[in-house]
Design a protein around this ligand. Structure first.
Ligand code: TRP
Ligand code: ZN
Length: 854
């Protein structure tokens, strides 16, 4: 629903006012029809304050009748301007009835009520409900819902409990008051994979995962994950499910990952459907964590929701934190932490350091959909991790118990959240709150001072560079986890948390018999950039000896980054680093999953960031060449060890997605990726033929593409999987990501002409366009062809699905990092977008924020 108003009016946190009416009950009746769906809405309301009754209403809603207490209002009794409907309303209690008609078949936005593969489905968060029926579409207006669906389709679902089901009709009642963004409706020819769960107080819950006919055999893992999530939330947070049924539906056309609608979670089908032949280990892990995430929202999001959209991190940061804890408990804590930090740095640090930087709790937005960001989600989760570190596990538990007790049924704020921590622990969180209000990633510098009397002093300074709209950055509370190792590798001082609160601060540790090696920021105890002068030898020491697995990995990562930076500037690979890799490979006790992570080189993007931090202008082609050279060097230096890792980590027997098997496969495939640089694709070709699972096949195909030995396999892969959409998505993305940079734009362009490039499908669009933007040197081609290609597609997508266009535009966010020529070409592409007539407010807000980078 594109909005073409030229002025972009921001919404401000400071403008929040309570809604002057309450809704005691919402009754909706749908008569489904692909092109003319009728909606009758009866809202039982009570006036609480002054003013007219103002409802939100989308442009596509054809409003036919308005009545108060059964009395039809004349057309001139109400006014409709922009997206609002204003009705003079009486005092006291009354029922507002509206009747509207909408056209789901014309709705390409994947927001509101739309069709996906012949199935009706909805997406209402954040402001989609207004495209279905007029309503106070804001999260602090909560009501119990009763929904009647008239349709001949076999499966008719909505929120809550089923109240009546008969031929052509279904009635659902949801007793828990909820905001409109949690409303959902699904209708279609669906099949269920079913199971049940008995809650800790003995309530029986029917569980269903609904999929399209033929997909039933790929829904079992999602169901297992759901049951694990329900159990975990009872055991760890004491949170029980609260309805008779929990439904999950898999939908092919979906803007994001999944949505926590009360009792009726709707998922992107790629986060539900999995079989060994079609999904990778990473897909399985992702499915497990997103199923958990959406389920956990039932308490953190639904029972306790947000007062307004500025408080989005209240539910998202907390729910991400909870799903991270869940994965940590089910799988490997060390591997999970490293994966999360990798993702945080790649997406959130990048955002925090560019023109789109914003606080975890923003104070202004034009389009709220543009604020479902890595900062709100992932940094929001990091902030909670810090809070837990500061108040301890017991303090955290007390605070959370109080949060659920005090705020169940509320639309709450970050102030409410911090207050429960203050009340439960007695701690003043005034300074801590800056993590919510101040954007930007702090740079933490550490220096060491050793006196021969056995005292070690650690001196820290913190500086947060300015971000758009925020030039002053006062110091924050930073929990710095530190441990000390003796020169022989024993831990002499176990992990302790240093609490930094000043701009510059020092901490001393006495009574040491010899100068220790400092392991700092263990477990990545705060989302900061740690800078310390450290020799390659010290890093190599930590990589071999640190008792904190995150810090070990981090030391290796820094070694790799340093040698890559030097290589970009013409140096040879650092022998210290190459030897360290050799020692890692020789360690028979190493955890394969951790070793695999250590063998994964920093991404080209990460090297570009490191170069610009060092004051250099990154050259994407030189970065690509250096990274390839280092990989080849590692492969030739350690060919035998890598070959053993490759051979010995083959997992026998039928495929299982558990962490241990996945870890072995990860090591095997990390070895393959390196060896591929020197064996001319030989192992990859063999693995491609012999592999029985998608994890190995996809990796083998990527390796073949990288080795440019792939024509036949690429064709075969498509033929074999052309009927499975999610695998065809992989086929599109693999080819663009793994393409040689100089060919990447041409490859993407060629694929965009493919008959199966169904670009209106968000997953397909992301596969191809996102594949290209993930190919660093390919996207940043010097001639600007990558930027032009992206701009063309953003403009095209913006006309049908502004949310997807706006999200994808963030590929431009780091344009100011590159050389003048690339900058000029990126700016030209952004200007072309901004000049387009009829641009959505989603894409306009993004492109103008990005364009205004310093
Ligand atoms: N609340 C969802 C989650 O994080 C995400 C979400 C927001 C979403 N807006 C959406 C999902 C639009 C799909 C479409 O769990
Ligand atoms: Zn969420």
């Amino acid at each position: 629903m594109s909005d073409t108003r030229p002025v972009q009016q921001p919404t401000l946190l400071s403008d929040y006012r309570p809604y002057p009416f309450v809704i005691n009950r919402t009754r909706l009746a749908f008569t489904l029809d692909p092109s003319a769906t009728k909606i009758r809405s009866d809202l039982e309301m009570t006036r609480q304050g002054d003013g007219d009754l103002v409802l939100d209403i989308g442009a596509g809603v054809d409003l036919r009748h308005v009545a108060i207490d059964g009395q039809e209002l004349a057309d001139d009794a109400w006014t409709r301007t922009g997206e609002t409907l204003t009705i003079p309303a009486p005092a006291g209690s009354f029922t507002l009835t509206t009747q509207s008609v909408i056209d789901p078949s014309a709705n390409t936005t994947c927001e509101g009520l739309y069709l996906s593969g012949g199935m009706f489905c909805t997406q209402c968060e954040a402001e989609g409900f207004r495209h279905i029926t007029p309503y106070p579409d804001r999260p602090d207006v909560m009501a119990p819902f009763e929904v009647t669906i008239h349709s001949d389709l076999p499966v008719l679902l909505s929120n809550g409990n089923p109240a009546r089901q008969e031929e052509g009709l279904a009635v659902w009642t949801d007793p828990w008051p909820k905001p409109a963004y949690l409303f959902a409706l699904v209708a279609g020819d669906l099949r269920a994979v079913s199971d049940s769960f008995t809650t800790m107080s003995g309530n029986h819950v029917d569980l269903n995962v609904w999929v399209r006919p033929g997909d039933e055999d790929r829904a079992g893992f999602a169901m297992e994950s759901l049951i694990k999530s329900m159990k975990w939330d009872e055991e760890v947070y004491g949170r029980e499910y609260d309805l008779e049924v929990f439904n999950i539906v898999a939908v092919d056309d979906f803007n994001m990952g999944a949505m926590e609608n009360k009792g009726l979670n709707i998922f992107n089908s790629k986060l539900v459907l999995a079989s060994p032949e079609t999904a990778t280990d990473a897909d399985y892990e992702r499915i497990e964590s997103v199923i958990a995430h959406e389920y956990f929202h039932n308490w953190t999001g639904n029972r306790i929701t947000c007062r307004d959209w500025f408080q989005l991190c209240l539910k998202e940061g907390l729910t991400v934190f909870r799903d991270q804890q869940f994965t940590t408990d089910l799988r490997s804590a060390a591997v999970k932490r490293i994966e999360d930090v990798l993702a945080l740095r790649a997406r959130q640090f990048r955002e925090d350091q560019g023109p789109l930087a914003h606080p975890v709790r923003p104070e202004s937005y034009v389009e709220i959909n543009n604020f479902y960001t890595a900062t709100v989600y992932e940094k929001g989760a990091e902030v909670i991790g810090m809070l837990k570190r500061l108040v301890g596990d017991d303090g955290y538990k007390k605070a959370l118990d109080l949060y659920f007790e005090r705020h169940d049924g509320d639309a709450a704020t970050i102030e409410d959240w911090l207050k429960v921590f203050e009340d439960a622990t007695g701690r003043d969180l005034g300074q801590f709150k800056r993590w919510y209000s101040d954007a930007g990633t702090p740079i933490l510098k550490m220096e060491e001072d050793w006196d021969d009397a056995g005292k070690l002093t650690l001196r820290f300074t913190q500086i947060t560079p300015p971000t758009p709209g925020q030039s002053e950055k006062p110091p924050r509370v930073i929990p710095i986890a530190v441990g000390l190792l003796s020169p022989n590798g024993d831990e002499v001082v176990p992990t302790q948390i240093l609490e930094m609160t000043e701009s510059a601060q020092e901490f001393s540790i006495d009574g040491l018999s010899a100068r220790p090696v400092v392991s700092a920021l263990r477990g990545f105890s705060a989302p900061v950039i740690l800078r310390r002068d450290q020799t390659a030898a010290e890093r190599a020491f930590l990589l071999s000896h640190d008792t904190d697995p995150f810090a070990r990995w981090e030391a290796g990562r820094q070694l790799a980054r340093d040698t890559l930076l030097a290589m970009v500037n013409g140096a040879a690979a650092d022998p210290e680093y190459l030897d360290a890799i050799g020692r890692l490979l020789a360690d028979a006790d190493a955890d394969p999953a951790l070793l695999a992570l250590c063998l994964r080189l920093p991404s080209e993007e990460e090297i570009a960031v490191a170069l610009s931090e060092a004051g250099q202008t990154p050259d994407p082609d030189a970065i690509h060449a250096a990274r390839e050279a280092l990989a080849a060097e590692i492969a030739s230096r350690h060919e035998r060890a890598l070959n053993s890792a490759y051979r010995e980590n083959e997992v026998p027997g039928p495929y299982r997605p558990d962490a241990e098997s996945a870890g072995k496969r990860a090591l095997r495939l990390a070895a393959l990726a390196l060896l591929n640089r020197i064996d001319n694709g030989a192992r990859a070709a063999e693995l491609y033929r012999s592999a029985g699972n998608m994890t190995e096949r996809a990796a083998a195909l990527s390796a073949l593409i990288a080795a440019q030995k792939y024509e036949k396999e690429v064709l075969d892969f498509f033929t074999e999987f052309s009927h499975i959409r999610l695998v065809v998505d992989k086929w599109f993305s693999l080819q663009t990501i793994a393409a040689k940079p100089e060919r990447a734009v041409a490859v993407a362009h060629g694929l965009s002409q493919h008959p199966d490039f169904d670009w209106k499908n968000p997953n397909r669009f992301r596969a191809l366009i996102g594949g290209l933007t993930a190919n660093h040197a390919g996207f940043h081609a010097k001639d600007g062809s990558g930027y032009e290609f992206l701009a063309d597609w953003l403009l095209k997508m913006d006309e049908v699905n502004p949310q997807i266009a706006a999200r994808m535009s963030s590929a431009f966010e780091s344009w100011a990092r590159y050389d003048g020529e690339r900058q000029a070409r990126a700016k030209a592409a952004l200007d072309r977008i901004l000049a387009a007539p009829g641009l959505s407010k989603n894409l306009r807000e993004m492109a103008s924020r990005i364009r205004n980078a310093a």
